[in-house]
Design a protein around this ligand. Structure first.
Ligand SMILES: Cc1cc2nc3c(=O)[nH]c(=O)nc-3n(C[C@H](O)[C@H](O)[C@H](O)COP(=O)(O)OP(=O)(O)OC[C@H]3O[C@@H](n4cnc5c(N)ncnc54)[C@H](O)[C@@H]3O)c2cc1C
Length: 404
Protein backbone atom coordinates (compact mmCIF):
# COMPACT_ATOMS: atom_id res chain seq x y z
CA UNK A 1 0.00 0.00 0.00
CA UNK A 2 1.19 3.56 -0.62
CA UNK A 3 1.56 5.95 2.33
CA UNK A 4 -1.48 7.93 1.25
CA UNK A 5 -3.61 4.81 1.02
CA UNK A 6 -2.48 3.70 4.45
CA UNK A 7 -3.32 7.09 5.95
CA UNK A 8 -6.79 7.40 4.40
CA UNK A 9 -7.61 3.72 4.99
CA UNK A 10 -8.96 3.57 1.42
CA UNK A 11 -7.34 2.08 -1.60
CA UNK A 12 -6.00 4.41 -4.28
CA UNK A 13 -5.63 3.89 -8.03
CA UNK A 14 -2.05 2.65 -7.71
CA UNK A 15 -2.98 -0.02 -5.22
CA UNK A 16 -5.89 -1.17 -7.39
CA UNK A 17 -3.56 -1.40 -10.39
CA UNK A 18 -1.19 -3.53 -8.33
CA UNK A 19 -3.99 -5.86 -7.24
CA UNK A 20 -5.25 -6.12 -10.82
CA UNK A 21 -1.75 -7.03 -11.99
CA UNK A 22 -1.59 -9.73 -9.28
CA UNK A 23 -4.87 -11.17 -10.53
CA UNK A 24 -3.57 -11.24 -14.09
CA UNK A 25 -0.45 -13.09 -12.94
CA UNK A 26 -2.34 -15.67 -10.88
CA UNK A 27 -5.04 -16.18 -13.55
CA UNK A 28 -3.59 -15.37 -17.00
CA UNK A 29 -6.69 -14.72 -19.16
CA UNK A 30 -5.35 -16.74 -22.10
CA UNK A 31 -4.91 -19.82 -19.93
CA UNK A 32 -7.89 -19.52 -17.58
CA UNK A 33 -11.49 -20.54 -18.28
CA UNK A 34 -13.62 -17.34 -18.41
CA UNK A 35 -15.81 -18.39 -15.48
CA UNK A 36 -12.80 -19.26 -13.32
CA UNK A 37 -11.32 -15.86 -14.14
CA UNK A 38 -14.53 -14.06 -13.20
CA UNK A 39 -14.77 -15.96 -9.92
CA UNK A 40 -11.15 -15.11 -9.10
CA UNK A 41 -11.79 -11.47 -9.99
CA UNK A 42 -14.78 -11.37 -7.64
CA UNK A 43 -12.77 -13.02 -4.86
CA UNK A 44 -9.96 -10.48 -5.35
CA UNK A 45 -12.46 -7.67 -4.72
CA UNK A 46 -12.12 -6.33 -8.25
CA UNK A 47 -15.69 -7.00 -9.43
CA UNK A 48 -17.24 -3.81 -8.07
CA UNK A 49 -14.50 -2.16 -6.05
CA UNK A 50 -16.88 -0.04 -3.94
CA UNK A 51 -18.63 -3.13 -2.52
CA UNK A 52 -17.49 -4.47 0.87
CA UNK A 53 -14.57 -6.85 1.19
CA UNK A 54 -15.65 -10.46 0.75
CA UNK A 55 -18.56 -9.42 -1.48
CA UNK A 56 -16.65 -8.68 -4.66
CA UNK A 57 -15.26 -5.34 -3.52
CA UNK A 58 -12.58 -3.64 -1.45
CA UNK A 59 -14.51 -0.70 0.05
CA UNK A 60 -12.65 1.46 -2.46
CA UNK A 61 -14.08 4.63 -4.05
CA UNK A 62 -16.56 3.69 -6.77
CA UNK A 63 -14.93 6.10 -9.20
CA UNK A 64 -11.84 3.83 -9.29
CA UNK A 65 -13.70 0.96 -10.95
CA UNK A 66 -12.69 2.39 -14.33
CA UNK A 67 -9.03 1.92 -13.44
CA UNK A 68 -9.54 -1.82 -12.91
CA UNK A 69 -11.80 -2.19 -15.95
CA UNK A 70 -9.30 -0.49 -18.24
CA UNK A 71 -6.39 -2.66 -17.05
CA UNK A 72 -8.39 -5.86 -17.48
CA UNK A 73 -9.70 -4.89 -20.89
CA UNK A 74 -6.18 -4.10 -22.09
CA UNK A 75 -5.06 -7.52 -20.88
CA UNK A 76 -7.85 -9.27 -22.84
CA UNK A 77 -9.62 -10.51 -19.69
CA UNK A 78 -13.18 -11.84 -20.13
CA UNK A 79 -16.02 -9.63 -18.95
CA UNK A 80 -19.21 -10.80 -17.29
CA UNK A 81 -21.46 -9.80 -20.22
CA UNK A 82 -23.31 -6.95 -18.47
CA UNK A 83 -25.88 -6.82 -21.27
CA UNK A 84 -27.05 -10.35 -20.46
CA UNK A 85 -27.16 -9.84 -16.70
CA UNK A 86 -28.21 -6.19 -16.57
CA UNK A 87 -31.16 -6.68 -14.19
CA UNK A 88 -29.00 -8.58 -11.72
CA UNK A 89 -26.18 -6.06 -11.83
CA UNK A 90 -28.24 -2.90 -12.12
CA UNK A 91 -31.22 -3.64 -9.89
CA UNK A 92 -30.94 -6.81 -7.78
CA UNK A 93 -27.35 -6.30 -6.58
CA UNK A 94 -27.69 -2.77 -5.14
CA UNK A 95 -30.95 -3.78 -3.46
CA UNK A 96 -29.47 -6.94 -1.91
CA UNK A 97 -26.42 -4.98 -0.80
CA UNK A 98 -28.56 -2.39 0.95
CA UNK A 99 -31.35 -4.54 2.41
CA UNK A 100 -30.07 -8.13 2.36
CA UNK A 101 -28.91 -10.13 5.36
CA UNK A 102 -25.26 -11.22 5.46
CA UNK A 103 -26.32 -14.68 4.41
CA UNK A 104 -28.30 -13.36 1.43
CA UNK A 105 -25.37 -11.23 0.31
CA UNK A 106 -22.99 -14.18 0.51
CA UNK A 107 -25.38 -16.50 -1.30
CA UNK A 108 -26.51 -14.28 -4.15
CA UNK A 109 -23.91 -11.68 -5.10
CA UNK A 110 -21.06 -13.84 -6.42
CA UNK A 111 -23.03 -15.97 -8.95
CA UNK A 112 -25.01 -12.85 -9.86
CA UNK A 113 -21.86 -10.95 -10.77
CA UNK A 114 -20.14 -13.82 -12.60
CA UNK A 115 -23.31 -14.36 -14.65
CA UNK A 116 -23.75 -17.93 -13.44
CA UNK A 117 -27.20 -16.93 -12.20
CA UNK A 118 -29.36 -14.57 -14.23
CA UNK A 119 -31.97 -12.38 -12.51
CA UNK A 120 -35.28 -10.90 -13.60
CA UNK A 121 -37.66 -8.39 -12.07
CA UNK A 122 -41.22 -9.45 -11.17
CA UNK A 123 -42.74 -6.05 -10.48
CA UNK A 124 -45.27 -5.00 -13.18
CA UNK A 125 -48.69 -6.57 -13.32
CA UNK A 126 -51.71 -6.16 -15.55
CA UNK A 127 -53.28 -3.18 -13.79
CA UNK A 128 -50.18 -2.20 -11.80
CA UNK A 129 -47.50 -0.65 -13.99
CA UNK A 130 -47.03 3.06 -13.39
CA UNK A 131 -49.23 2.66 -10.33
CA UNK A 132 -46.99 -0.15 -9.14
CA UNK A 133 -48.11 0.12 -5.52
CA UNK A 134 -51.57 -1.08 -6.63
CA UNK A 135 -50.18 -4.57 -7.28
CA UNK A 136 -52.40 -7.56 -6.50
CA UNK A 137 -50.03 -10.55 -6.38
CA UNK A 138 -50.53 -12.01 -2.90
CA UNK A 139 -48.00 -13.52 -0.52
CA UNK A 140 -49.46 -15.27 2.54
CA UNK A 141 -47.65 -17.04 5.36
CA UNK A 142 -47.43 -20.82 4.85
CA UNK A 143 -48.91 -23.32 7.33
CA UNK A 144 -45.81 -23.74 9.49
CA UNK A 145 -44.91 -20.06 9.43
CA UNK A 146 -41.43 -20.58 7.92
CA UNK A 147 -42.21 -19.11 4.55
CA UNK A 148 -44.71 -17.67 2.11
CA UNK A 149 -47.03 -18.83 -0.64
CA UNK A 150 -47.36 -16.51 -3.62
CA UNK A 151 -50.19 -16.31 -6.16
CA UNK A 152 -50.64 -13.77 -8.93
CA UNK A 153 -49.59 -12.64 -12.39
CA UNK A 154 -46.73 -10.48 -13.53
CA UNK A 155 -46.17 -9.03 -16.98
CA UNK A 156 -43.44 -7.55 -19.21
CA UNK A 157 -40.85 -9.59 -17.31
CA UNK A 158 -37.63 -9.15 -19.31
CA UNK A 159 -35.41 -12.22 -19.32
CA UNK A 160 -37.73 -14.37 -17.15
CA UNK A 161 -37.08 -17.28 -19.51
CA UNK A 162 -33.37 -17.19 -18.67
CA UNK A 163 -33.59 -16.23 -15.04
CA UNK A 164 -32.61 -18.37 -12.08
CA UNK A 165 -33.85 -15.80 -9.54
CA UNK A 166 -36.29 -12.91 -9.51
CA UNK A 167 -36.77 -9.87 -7.35
CA UNK A 168 -40.47 -9.88 -6.56
CA UNK A 169 -42.86 -7.56 -4.78
CA UNK A 170 -46.14 -8.92 -3.45
CA UNK A 171 -49.01 -7.80 -1.25
CA UNK A 172 -48.81 -9.21 2.25
CA UNK A 173 -51.49 -7.05 3.91
CA UNK A 174 -54.53 -5.94 1.87
CA UNK A 175 -55.97 -4.14 4.91
CA UNK A 176 -53.28 -1.47 4.75
CA UNK A 177 -53.01 1.43 2.27
CA UNK A 178 -51.42 0.28 -0.97
CA UNK A 179 -47.86 1.46 -0.29
CA UNK A 180 -47.71 -0.07 3.18
CA UNK A 181 -48.88 -3.67 2.69
CA UNK A 182 -46.16 -4.77 0.26
CA UNK A 183 -43.19 -7.07 0.96
CA UNK A 184 -40.09 -7.69 -1.15
CA UNK A 185 -38.82 -11.22 -1.88
CA UNK A 186 -36.28 -13.18 -3.85
CA UNK A 187 -38.25 -15.72 -5.89
CA UNK A 188 -36.82 -19.01 -7.14
CA UNK A 189 -37.73 -19.16 -10.82
CA UNK A 190 -37.33 -22.98 -10.80
CA UNK A 191 -40.24 -23.36 -8.35
CA UNK A 192 -42.91 -25.60 -9.99
CA UNK A 193 -45.52 -22.84 -9.46
CA UNK A 194 -43.69 -20.41 -11.80
CA UNK A 195 -44.92 -20.44 -15.40
CA UNK A 196 -43.20 -18.24 -17.99
CA UNK A 197 -44.92 -17.45 -21.30
CA UNK A 198 -43.27 -15.36 -24.05
CA UNK A 199 -44.77 -12.03 -25.11
CA UNK A 200 -43.86 -10.94 -28.63
CA UNK A 201 -42.87 -7.31 -29.05
CA UNK A 202 -43.25 -4.87 -31.91
CA UNK A 203 -39.69 -5.82 -32.98
CA UNK A 204 -40.79 -9.45 -33.48
CA UNK A 205 -38.62 -10.58 -30.57
CA UNK A 206 -39.77 -11.82 -27.20
CA UNK A 207 -37.43 -10.23 -24.69
CA UNK A 208 -40.12 -10.29 -22.09
CA UNK A 209 -42.83 -12.59 -20.74
CA UNK A 210 -45.97 -13.05 -18.76
CA UNK A 211 -45.23 -14.87 -15.52
CA UNK A 212 -47.94 -16.79 -13.70
CA UNK A 213 -47.30 -17.55 -10.03
CA UNK A 214 -49.40 -20.35 -8.56
CA UNK A 215 -48.72 -21.48 -5.02
CA UNK A 216 -45.04 -20.50 -5.32
CA UNK A 217 -43.15 -21.24 -2.08
CA UNK A 218 -40.67 -18.68 -0.81
CA UNK A 219 -38.76 -19.29 2.43
CA UNK A 220 -38.81 -16.38 4.84
CA UNK A 221 -35.00 -16.34 4.54
CA UNK A 222 -35.57 -15.03 1.00
CA UNK A 223 -37.43 -11.93 2.17
CA UNK A 224 -35.54 -8.67 1.55
CA UNK A 225 -36.24 -6.08 4.22
CA UNK A 226 -39.03 -6.11 6.80
CA UNK A 227 -42.56 -7.42 6.23
CA UNK A 228 -44.65 -4.53 4.87
CA UNK A 229 -41.58 -2.45 3.97
CA UNK A 230 -41.38 -3.67 0.38
CA UNK A 231 -42.23 -0.32 -1.15
CA UNK A 232 -39.22 1.28 0.51
CA UNK A 233 -36.98 -1.54 -0.71
CA UNK A 234 -38.47 -1.27 -4.22
CA UNK A 235 -37.56 2.43 -4.36
CA UNK A 236 -33.90 1.45 -4.21
CA UNK A 237 -34.43 -0.95 -7.10
CA UNK A 238 -36.35 1.59 -9.18
CA UNK A 239 -33.89 4.42 -8.68
CA UNK A 240 -31.03 2.14 -9.64
CA UNK A 241 -33.04 0.89 -12.62
CA UNK A 242 -33.33 4.39 -14.04
CA UNK A 243 -29.60 4.92 -13.77
CA UNK A 244 -28.95 1.46 -15.23
CA UNK A 245 -31.15 2.17 -18.27
CA UNK A 246 -30.32 5.81 -18.87
CA UNK A 247 -26.84 6.18 -17.47
CA UNK A 248 -24.63 3.69 -19.30
CA UNK A 249 -21.12 5.08 -19.88
CA UNK A 250 -20.55 6.04 -23.52
CA UNK A 251 -17.60 7.39 -25.45
CA UNK A 252 -18.22 10.58 -27.46
CA UNK A 253 -20.35 9.64 -30.48
CA UNK A 254 -21.02 6.23 -28.92
CA UNK A 255 -24.36 4.43 -29.05
CA UNK A 256 -27.12 5.46 -31.41
CA UNK A 257 -25.79 8.90 -32.28
CA UNK A 258 -22.59 7.23 -33.50
CA UNK A 259 -24.57 4.97 -35.83
CA UNK A 260 -26.51 7.97 -37.20
CA UNK A 261 -23.36 10.07 -37.69
CA UNK A 262 -21.67 7.21 -39.54
CA UNK A 263 -24.67 6.83 -41.84
CA UNK A 264 -24.48 10.58 -42.56
CA UNK A 265 -20.78 10.37 -43.46
CA UNK A 266 -21.26 7.33 -45.67
CA UNK A 267 -24.24 8.59 -47.72
CA UNK A 268 -23.59 12.08 -49.05
CA UNK A 269 -26.35 11.59 -51.66
CA UNK A 270 -29.09 11.33 -49.02
CA UNK A 271 -28.22 14.57 -47.24
CA UNK A 272 -30.66 17.46 -46.99
CA UNK A 273 -30.38 20.77 -45.17
CA UNK A 274 -33.20 19.91 -42.79
CA UNK A 275 -31.73 16.48 -41.90
CA UNK A 276 -28.36 18.14 -41.34
CA UNK A 277 -29.81 20.65 -38.88
CA UNK A 278 -31.67 17.95 -37.01
CA UNK A 279 -28.65 15.64 -36.84
CA UNK A 280 -26.57 18.45 -35.36
CA UNK A 281 -29.19 19.11 -32.71
CA UNK A 282 -29.36 15.41 -31.83
CA UNK A 283 -25.55 15.25 -31.69
CA UNK A 284 -25.41 18.15 -29.24
CA UNK A 285 -28.24 16.67 -27.13
CA UNK A 286 -26.49 13.29 -27.11
CA UNK A 287 -23.27 14.92 -25.93
CA UNK A 288 -25.12 16.85 -23.21
CA UNK A 289 -26.82 13.64 -22.07
CA UNK A 290 -23.49 11.80 -22.09
CA UNK A 291 -21.80 14.45 -19.94
CA UNK A 292 -24.81 14.65 -17.61
CA UNK A 293 -24.46 10.88 -17.22
CA UNK A 294 -20.82 11.36 -16.22
CA UNK A 295 -21.87 13.91 -13.58
CA UNK A 296 -24.59 11.58 -12.32
CA UNK A 297 -22.05 8.80 -11.93
CA UNK A 298 -19.83 11.11 -9.92
CA UNK A 299 -22.76 11.93 -7.62
CA UNK A 300 -23.51 8.25 -7.39
CA UNK A 301 -19.95 7.56 -6.30
CA UNK A 302 -20.77 9.52 -3.15
CA UNK A 303 -23.99 7.67 -2.27
CA UNK A 304 -27.16 6.11 -3.60
CA UNK A 305 -28.88 7.31 -6.76
CA UNK A 306 -31.44 10.04 -6.20
CA UNK A 307 -34.51 11.11 -8.18
CA UNK A 308 -32.18 12.94 -10.63
CA UNK A 309 -31.65 9.57 -12.33
CA UNK A 310 -35.23 9.90 -13.63
CA UNK A 311 -34.15 12.94 -15.65
CA UNK A 312 -31.32 10.96 -17.17
CA UNK A 313 -33.59 8.11 -18.15
CA UNK A 314 -36.09 10.58 -19.63
CA UNK A 315 -33.38 12.18 -21.77
CA UNK A 316 -32.11 8.78 -22.89
CA UNK A 317 -35.59 7.66 -24.03
CA UNK A 318 -36.37 10.90 -25.84
CA UNK A 319 -33.06 10.91 -27.66
CA UNK A 320 -33.21 7.24 -28.62
CA UNK A 321 -36.61 7.78 -30.22
CA UNK A 322 -35.59 10.99 -31.99
CA UNK A 323 -32.32 9.64 -33.35
CA UNK A 324 -33.77 6.31 -34.49
CA UNK A 325 -36.61 8.23 -36.20
CA UNK A 326 -34.07 10.50 -37.90
CA UNK A 327 -32.08 7.51 -39.12
CA UNK A 328 -35.08 5.76 -40.67
CA UNK A 329 -36.00 8.99 -42.45
CA UNK A 330 -32.45 9.60 -43.66
CA UNK A 331 -32.08 6.08 -45.07
CA UNK A 332 -35.30 6.38 -47.08
CA UNK A 333 -36.35 3.03 -48.55
CA UNK A 334 -33.44 1.24 -46.88
CA UNK A 335 -34.71 2.52 -43.56
CA UNK A 336 -37.94 0.60 -44.05
CA UNK A 337 -36.21 -2.76 -44.58
CA UNK A 338 -36.44 -5.12 -41.62
CA UNK A 339 -33.82 -7.78 -41.09
CA UNK A 340 -35.38 -10.52 -39.01
CA UNK A 341 -38.97 -11.11 -38.04
CA UNK A 342 -38.61 -14.56 -36.50
CA UNK A 343 -39.70 -14.82 -32.88
CA UNK A 344 -36.31 -14.73 -31.24
CA UNK A 345 -35.52 -14.72 -27.52
CA UNK A 346 -32.49 -12.41 -27.36
CA UNK A 347 -30.29 -12.05 -24.32
CA UNK A 348 -30.50 -8.26 -24.40
CA UNK A 349 -31.18 -5.21 -26.50
CA UNK A 350 -28.83 -4.78 -29.45
CA UNK A 351 -29.13 -1.11 -30.32
CA UNK A 352 -26.03 -0.79 -32.46
CA UNK A 353 -25.64 -4.25 -33.97
CA UNK A 354 -28.94 -4.40 -35.89
CA UNK A 355 -30.61 -2.38 -38.63
CA UNK A 356 -32.25 1.03 -38.43
CA UNK A 357 -35.75 -0.49 -38.45
CA UNK A 358 -34.97 -2.55 -35.36
CA UNK A 359 -33.58 0.48 -33.51
CA UNK A 360 -36.66 2.51 -34.43
CA UNK A 361 -39.12 -0.10 -33.19
CA UNK A 362 -37.19 -1.08 -30.06
CA UNK A 363 -36.71 2.53 -28.99
CA UNK A 364 -40.49 2.81 -28.58
CA UNK A 365 -40.14 0.72 -25.44
CA UNK A 366 -37.55 3.08 -23.92
CA UNK A 367 -40.18 5.56 -22.83
CA UNK A 368 -42.18 2.76 -21.15
CA UNK A 369 -39.67 0.34 -19.55
CA UNK A 370 -38.28 1.27 -16.16
CA UNK A 371 -41.06 3.84 -15.65
CA UNK A 372 -42.92 5.75 -18.36
CA UNK A 373 -41.71 9.21 -19.36
CA UNK A 374 -44.90 10.79 -18.01
CA UNK A 375 -44.37 9.23 -14.59
CA UNK A 376 -40.69 10.19 -14.56
CA UNK A 377 -41.70 13.76 -15.35
CA UNK A 378 -43.93 13.62 -12.26
CA UNK A 379 -40.98 12.39 -10.19
CA UNK A 380 -38.72 15.18 -11.46
CA UNK A 381 -41.47 17.75 -10.84
CA UNK A 382 -42.20 16.60 -7.30
CA UNK A 383 -38.92 15.29 -5.95
CA UNK A 384 -36.28 17.30 -7.82
CA UNK A 385 -38.06 20.61 -8.43
CA UNK A 386 -40.35 20.50 -5.37
CA UNK A 387 -43.49 21.36 -7.33
CA UNK A 388 -46.91 20.52 -5.85
CA UNK A 389 -47.66 16.76 -6.04
CA UNK A 390 -50.37 15.08 -8.10
CA UNK A 391 -53.60 14.69 -6.08
CA UNK A 392 -53.64 11.16 -4.62
CA UNK A 393 -57.03 10.31 -3.20
CA UNK A 394 -56.21 6.65 -2.55
CA UNK A 395 -53.16 7.24 -0.38
CA UNK A 396 -54.72 6.43 2.98
CA UNK A 397 -57.45 3.97 1.95
CA UNK A 398 -56.98 0.23 2.56
CA UNK A 399 -55.83 -1.49 -0.66
CA UNK A 400 -58.74 -3.98 -0.46
CA UNK A 401 -61.23 -1.08 -0.68
CA UNK A 402 -59.72 0.50 -3.80
CA UNK A 403 -61.73 0.14 -7.02
CA UNK A 404 -60.00 -2.20 -9.48
C1 LIG B 1 -39.28 -3.26 -23.06
C2 LIG B 1 -39.94 -3.33 -21.70
C3 LIG B 1 -39.34 -4.11 -20.72
C4 LIG B 1 -39.93 -4.18 -19.45
N1 LIG B 1 -39.34 -4.99 -18.52
C5 LIG B 1 -39.91 -5.13 -17.30
C6 LIG B 1 -39.38 -6.05 -16.34
O1 LIG B 1 -38.38 -6.71 -16.59
N2 LIG B 1 -40.00 -6.18 -15.16
C7 LIG B 1 -41.10 -5.46 -14.84
O2 LIG B 1 -41.59 -5.61 -13.72
N3 LIG B 1 -41.66 -4.60 -15.73
C8 LIG B 1 -41.09 -4.43 -16.95
N4 LIG B 1 -41.65 -3.57 -17.88
C9 LIG B 1 -42.92 -2.92 -17.54
C10 LIG B 1 -42.84 -1.43 -17.38
O3 LIG B 1 -42.13 -1.08 -16.21
C11 LIG B 1 -44.26 -0.91 -17.38
O4 LIG B 1 -44.79 -1.19 -18.67
C12 LIG B 1 -44.37 0.57 -17.09
O5 LIG B 1 -44.07 0.79 -15.73
C13 LIG B 1 -45.72 1.17 -17.45
O6 LIG B 1 -46.77 0.47 -16.88
P1 LIG B 1 -48.05 0.02 -17.75
O7 LIG B 1 -47.53 -0.68 -18.97
O8 LIG B 1 -48.96 -0.74 -16.84
O9 LIG B 1 -48.73 1.36 -18.24
P2 LIG B 1 -49.75 2.29 -17.42
O10 LIG B 1 -49.21 2.49 -16.05
O11 LIG B 1 -51.12 1.73 -17.56
O12 LIG B 1 -49.64 3.64 -18.21
C14 LIG B 1 -50.38 3.91 -19.40
C15 LIG B 1 -50.13 5.36 -19.79
O13 LIG B 1 -50.61 6.25 -18.78
C16 LIG B 1 -49.60 7.14 -18.36
N5 LIG B 1 -49.69 7.42 -16.93
C17 LIG B 1 -49.92 6.52 -15.95
N6 LIG B 1 -49.91 7.13 -14.74
C18 LIG B 1 -49.67 8.46 -14.97
C19 LIG B 1 -49.56 9.60 -14.14
N7 LIG B 1 -49.68 9.53 -12.81
N8 LIG B 1 -49.29 10.80 -14.74
C20 LIG B 1 -49.18 10.90 -16.09
N9 LIG B 1 -49.30 9.84 -16.93
C21 LIG B 1 -49.54 8.64 -16.38
C22 LIG B 1 -48.31 6.37 -18.65
O14 LIG B 1 -47.21 7.22 -18.77
C23 LIG B 1 -48.64 5.68 -19.95
O15 LIG B 1 -48.46 6.54 -21.05
C24 LIG B 1 -41.11 -3.47 -19.16
C25 LIG B 1 -41.71 -2.70 -20.17
C26 LIG B 1 -41.14 -2.63 -21.42
C27 LIG B 1 -41.80 -1.80 -22.48
Amino acid sequence: MTDRTRESGRLDAGELRRRTADLLVSCPPAETAPLDFLRARFDAGLAWVHFPQGLGGLDAPRALQVVVDAELEAAGAPDNDPRRIGIGLGMAAPTILRFGTDEQKRRFLRPLWTGEEVWCQLFSEPGAGSDLAALATRAVRDEDGTGWVVDGQKVWTSGAHQARWAILIARTDPELPKHRGITYFVCDMTDPGVEVRPLRQITGEAEFNEVFLTGVRIPDAHRLGAVGEGWKVAQTTLMNERVAIGGARQPREGGMIGVAARAWRERPGARTHDLHQRLLRHWVDAEVARLTGERLRQQLAKGHPGPEGSGMKLAFARLAQQISGWEVEFLGEDGLAYDDWTLRRPEGVDFTGRQAGYRYLRAKGNSIEGGTSEVLLNIVAERVLGLPPEPRTDKDAAWKDLPR
